[in-house]
Design a protein around this ligand. Structure first.
Ligand SMILES: Nc1nc2c(ncn2[C@@H]2O[C@H](COP(=O)(O)OP(=O)(O)OP(=O)(O)O)[C@@H](O)[C@H]2O)c(=O)[nH]1
Ligand SMILES: [Zn+2]
Length: 372
């Protein structure tokens, strides 16, 4: 929120600087090239740092502006820019306010299925480079929840990182990290404490570009975010003593520049992160199962008892845990169910040919901790 627009949170958060340019928010040569036609129409690029219904705070080339969202002339659809979107802005002229006329193509998008019956995906953030999945070490580990968030993160097109928080509240962070690593093949798992500062340097080094903090309420996202930002820009909340649950202190989302480059988006703790059309995300999250499945006798093997199932064989010989397969099945069912509720377009997409096993999987095969 820019200073001129007071909000209930404006005392906790003031826009850090008027000197920042789109370049500070990740505008690059490739984007500039594709923006050339818009320049001809006297539009300027900018990044949405905060999105509300019909109004967005945008760091535009001409400075920070509060811009209105108008229906697109091409499609007649209403534009729905979200935090992190790059947009084409028609600057204020005479009495007219600045207007967002186009949302530029998203490189990545973090989506979850909404809890509503409409079963539309909600875009939590656009053009994200790193999804930091926050997991509190002061609570019992819930690996299924980590896997669900990783699927969502992979599906977005960004690179996930697992950030274990509150290490100061855990007797054995190293073994917790090892346990999480088993559930996160190919993903960096970092141990941190915002209280002691442990691991914050490493985390700073690992995060790049546009970073989104994702995780349940009370996981310590905002506290860690403030550490990364170097000042208390994000509101944090005390966890209720009795049950360790957070109070949903982060009610809004805003992109903030990090002192060492890149930008950070803190998200409110998500009670439900439903998967939305996350086939690829699941394949990445369960990379070793995806890989094993290539050797199943039947191409459409469900790994539930078919003859010649390489996945079940791996459980037999101890290369794969039953927990991993159960979790994979559970999340797949959920994903299929979510997809079945969506419209015909999505259903058609469900039937699209399986995408080629990604580079990630091939690289993973060569990594030392890949067991399959
Ligand atoms: N001991 C300890 N407590 C922490 C640490 N990080 C955060 N906390 C506490 O955990 C509670 C929740 O922290 P927040 O940063 O507000 O959690 P959040 O994930 O942002 O929560 P939401 O905004 O509700 O999504 C607060 O009481 C923090 O003081 C840590 O490293 N160690
Ligand atoms: Zn199989």
């Amino acid at each position: 929120m820019f200073p001129s627009h007071a909000s209930p949170h404006s005392s906790a958060l003031s826009f850090p600087s008027h000197d920042l340019t789109p370049a500070d928010y990740g505008w690059d040569a490739e984007r500039e090239r594709s923006f050339a036609p818009s320049r001809g129409e006297d539009l300027v690029p900018g990044r949405v740092v905060r999105a509300e219904r019909g109004l967005c705070d945008v760091v535009a080339e001409t400075g920070p502006v509060r811009a209105m969202v108008v229906p697109s002339s091409d499609t007649g659809d209403r534009l729905t820019p979200c935090t992190g979107d790059w947009v084409a802005v028609r600057p204020a002229a005479a009495a007219a306010s600045p207007v967002i006329v186009e949302v530029l193509e998203r490189r990545t998008a973090v989506r979850r299925s909404t809890s509503s019956r409409t079963s539309h995906a909600q875009v939590l953030a656009a053009n994200v480079d790193t999804v930091a999945v926050a997991v509190s070490l002061s609570d019992p580990l819930k690996l299924g929840r980590v896997e669900r968030m990783l699927a969502l993160a992979w599906e977005s097109g960004a690179t996930p990182v697992v950030v274990l928080t509150k290490a100061d509240r855990c007797a054995d962070p190293a073994s917790a990290a090892a346990e999480v690593a088993e559930a996160a093949p190919g993903v960096e798992v970092l141990v941190t404490s915002a209280t002691t500062g442990e691991g914050v340097d490493v985390l700073t080094a690992v995060l790049s570009g546009t970073v989104v903090l994702l995780g349940p309420s009370g996981a310590g996202k905002s506290t860690l975010g403030n550490r990364l930002l170097g000042e208390d820009l994000l509101a944090t909340g005390a966890v209720r003593g009795s049950d360790g649950k957070g109070r949903h202190t982060t009610a809004w989302r805003e992109l903030l520049p990090l002192p060492h480059g890149g930008v950070l988006l803190d998200t409110p703790g998500l009670r439900g992160v439903g998967l939305h059309d996350a086939d690829d995300g699941l394949d990445h999250t369960f990379a070793e199962i995806t890989e094993l499945a290539l050797d199943c006798r039947f191409a459409d093997c469900a790994h539930t008892g078919e003859p010649g199932c390489a996945v079940l064989a791996a459980i037999e010989n101890g290369h794969l845990t039953r927990r991993r397969l159960d979790s994979y099945h559970r999340l797949q069912r959920e994903n299929t169910y979510a997809a079945s509720r969506t419209d015909a377009r999505l259903r058609a997409e469900l039937e699209r040919p399986r995408k080629e096993i990604s580079r990630h999987l091939r690289a993973l095969k060569q990594s030392p901790n890949f067991k399959a």
